[in-house]
Design a protein around this ligand. Structure first.
Ligand code: IVH
Length: 709
């Protein structure tokens, strides 16, 4: 039976399930069915990122399984999906001695070093394979997370351990079991036609636990909303979440996993080439990074490394290099290891993203909520190919704790799209002329007195009519994660506010084309595009509007919770602080902030004006979470060939903005191949598969704009 039919049947059978009336045998049957189907859906959701049922249906099945297991506790199996919630907190982690050590890797910092590594391998293999040996290579992204070893016995996950010092790690099984993409049972049959190998009696899978960048943002926002300390980066967040003695905390963290190899295997066979192991792991149901390739020459591997140096910010997870491995295990054994690193693998490291430069001055910026942020004015410096002249200093305490002074030589870090930040001073470079900095007492934009509230890291401009705050709010309103008004960025927000064209958010919806045309660098087309983008924003889900209003402490998750509960902005506006606080996920700080905001007459007037401008203020029928409500949600795309107007990065971004997923190779998951000029083999592969639709740029555009190609 296929997954859909099995699911339908189970939904029916569990619709009005009375567990008291079940006899044990029926319960056992039903529990087994539910386990398989729930695990299959979890895999589609977490591993393949392509769910086929609604969250509510999934929850229903999951709860049915929980109820049966509660009624008949001995029917609970260790691989049951219900066992991911985590058990009791531990006092400390037990040590775990790895049956075979987990080695680390030597680095290559440029192409020459990579070629030199390859040459050493060739020499090492020459004795046995001849002087002109050309070993095949496997190249994989180096995921920046935490290394773990998973042990499966009889196909059931029995241990999750950290790498530790390579010989002895920590047994983190209770928390490790809660990581959704790690299958509790192998093969993780998805019941939808995958050809799945059998799991060996005993198998160690090695891989990396990490947190996706997007999940990291949400996690940190959640931590901030509940006044907990956010993590500095996704790697720390992954490590911190794994090292929780209380597995129920780990269970709440959005941990992801990619497998990249195997340790000891017994009672069964694993392939003996790296690329084949990756494919085998994938078939067993383990998540494997899609950007892995096999090459016959080092030149190709060098190109791969160079290409990924450019693309390093593209994936939704942090990578810090490319691992290049000799593909054949027999050749690997021939080469062996030195100290704690194998000779048969090397890590090509991306260039550093920190540099030092002089901190010329510290200015303060006013944020949309009035928060005052110190910002570094730097002597321009190139970091990873980009010239940096400004960097964030976060807040007063950050500057004070690191004793950062004006005139200091400072270390600056830039990573991807995030704002560069000053890491700290180079104290040895001090001359004595550096000047400590203090927070100004008045707002640089409106001159009102600044306040720092207890428990807050930031100083605030409390004025309701501060022009700088409004500009930031306008920019936020138009931003991608809020109302997504293309073209309304920082620069335009300044112009619209300074020219008095927009004095309150609702004025956006009354902008006049002639007024726009009078602005600098505004031609017909740009004005039309902007007006169209503003018009389109009228239809955004209410949770986005609520987030866009810039109410303090109302991040995207809180906005979703509020909308879920109140359904319309009008209902929410009349909610009392007590009522708000009674909602799950809403604490006193948020409740107060929301109630205070709606108590201000200007804000109530704004809500009225937005509604009168036909901006949606009601919950949409299906108010999906932010990333999921695009027209391409749940669809997987592969790009090949050059598109007429969009670059690859642009097309990728647009697809992702529409909720779609872009992968590099055609597989059973692929829904669309987007083909441009001179398409590669992916085009041919697409033609061979019935389920894959081939799009040109125009049809792609139609699809991501309207949901139909
Ligand atoms: S192979 C002996 N492959 O990098 C080979 N490692 O510095 C050891 N890592 O601790 C690992 N992605 O946690 C390998 N595709 C990949 C990897 C990878 C990330 C990490 C791993 C290891 C560290 C080595």
């Amino acid at each position: 039976m296929n997954l859909t039919d099995a699911t339908d049947q189970l939904l029916e059978r569990t619709g009005d399930l009375d567990v008291d009336a079940l006899d044990k045998e029926d319960a056992a049957d039903l529990a087994e069915e539910l386990r398989t189907v729930v695990a299959a859906h979890a895999r589609r959701y977490y591993v393949r990122d392509a769910p086929v049922i609604a969250d509510a249906e999934y929850d229903r099945l999951f709860r049915a399984l929980e109820r049966i297991e509660r009624q008949f506790p001995d029917l609970t199996t260790p691989d049951s999906p219900t066992q991911r919630v985590g058990g009791d907190p531990l006092d400390e982690f037990e040590k775990w001695r790895h049956p075979e050590p987990l080695l680390s890797l030597d680095n290559a910092f440029d192409a020459d070093e990579l070629v030199a590594w390859h040459e050493r391998c060739r020499r090492g293999l020459a004795g046995r394979y001849g002087d002109d040996v050309q070993p095949d290579l496997a190249a994989e992204l180096k995921i920046d997370g935490v290394a773990v070893a998973l042990t499966y016995e009889e196909g059931v996950l029995s241990t999750v351990a950290t790498r530790g010092n390579g010989t002895v790690g920590e047994n983190i099984t209770p928390g490790g079991r809660t990581i959704r993409p790690i299958p509790l049972r192998l093969p993780a049959r998805s019941r939808d036609g995958d050809d799945t190998p059998d799991a060996p009696d005993r198998l160690e899978v090695r891989g990396e636990v990490f947190i996706r960048k997007s999940d990291f943002e949400v996690l940190n926002e959640r931590l901030r909303e509940s006044s907990e300390k956010p993590f500095a980066n996704p790697r720390n967040a992954a490590a911190g979440s794994l090292r929780q003695l209380d597995p129920s905390i780990t269970a709440e963290r959005p941990l992801s996993f990619f497998a990249y190899g195997v340790g000891p295997v017994s009672g069964g066979d694993a392939p003996d080439e790296q690329h084949a192991v990756m494919e085998w792991l994938r078939r067993l149901g383990l998540p494997v990074n899609e950007h892995s390739e096999r090459f016959e020459s080092i030149d190709e591997a060098v190109s791969f490394c160079k290409a990924w140096t450019e693309r390093r910010d593209e994936p939704d997870y942090e990578i810090d290099g490319v691992v290049v491995k000799i593909d054949d295990f027999e050749q690997q054994r021939e080469l062996g290891a030195v100290a704690n690193a194998p000779r048969w693998a090397v890590s090509f490291k991306f260039p550093a993203r920190t540099a030092t430069t002089v901190l010329q001055d510290i200015e303060v910026n006013v944020g949309r909520t009035g928060a005052i942020k110190p910002e570094a004015v730097l002597e321009p410096v190139e970091i990873g190919g980009v010239t940096v002249s400004q960097a964030t200093l976060h807040n007063e305490d950050y500057v004070r704790e690191r004793d950062i002074r004006i005139g200091d030589r400072v270390r600056v870090k830039r990573a991807g799209d995030v704002i560069p930040q000053v890491v700290g001073p180079v104290e040895d470079a001090r001359t004595g002329d550096e000047a400590p900095w203090t927070m100004p007492e008045r707002c640089p934009a409106c001159n009102s007195e600044l306040k720092r509230l207890p428990d807050e890291a930031d100083w605030f401009c409390m004025a309701n009519d501060c022009p700088a705050q409004f500009i930031r709010l306008l920019e936020h309103y138009g931003s991608r994660s809020a109302m997504d008004i293309e073209g309304l960025g920082e620069k335009l927000a300044v112009v619209l506010a300074e020219e008095n064209l927009v004095r309150k958010l609702s004025d956006l919806y009354h902008l006049d084309k002639d007024d726009l045309l009078e602005l600098d660098r505004f031609a017909e087309k740009r004005a039309d595009n902007l007006l169209a983008a503003i018009d389109a924003s009228r239809e955004r889900p209410l949770s986005r509007l609520l987030f866009a209003l810039g109410i303090r402490h109302v991040g995207r998750t809180v906005a979703e919770d509020l909308v879920e509960h109140y359904e319309t902005l009008e209902n929410l506006q009349d909610a009392s602080e007590d009522e708000l606080e009674a909602i799950e996920g809403i604490g006193p700080v948020i409740a107060e902030s929301v109630a205070d905001w709606f108590a201000v007459e200007d804000n109530r007037e704004l809500v009225r004006a937005l509604r009168e401008a036909s901006v949606n203020t009601r919950r949409l029928k299906r108010e999906a979470p932010f990333s999921e409500n695009g027209p391409a949600a749940g669809q997987t795309f592969v790009l090949t060939g050059a598109l007429p107007t969009w670059t690859r990065a642009e097309a990728t971004e647009r697809i992702e903005r529409a909720g779609g997923n872009v992968t590099s190779s055609v597989s059973g998951n692929t829904d669309y191949v987007v083909a441009g000029e001179n398409p590669g083999s992916k085009y041919d592969e697409a033609q061979e598969r019935d389920h894959v639709d081939i799009l040109d740029e125009e049809r792609l555009r139609a699809l991501i704009e309207n949901g139909v190609a």
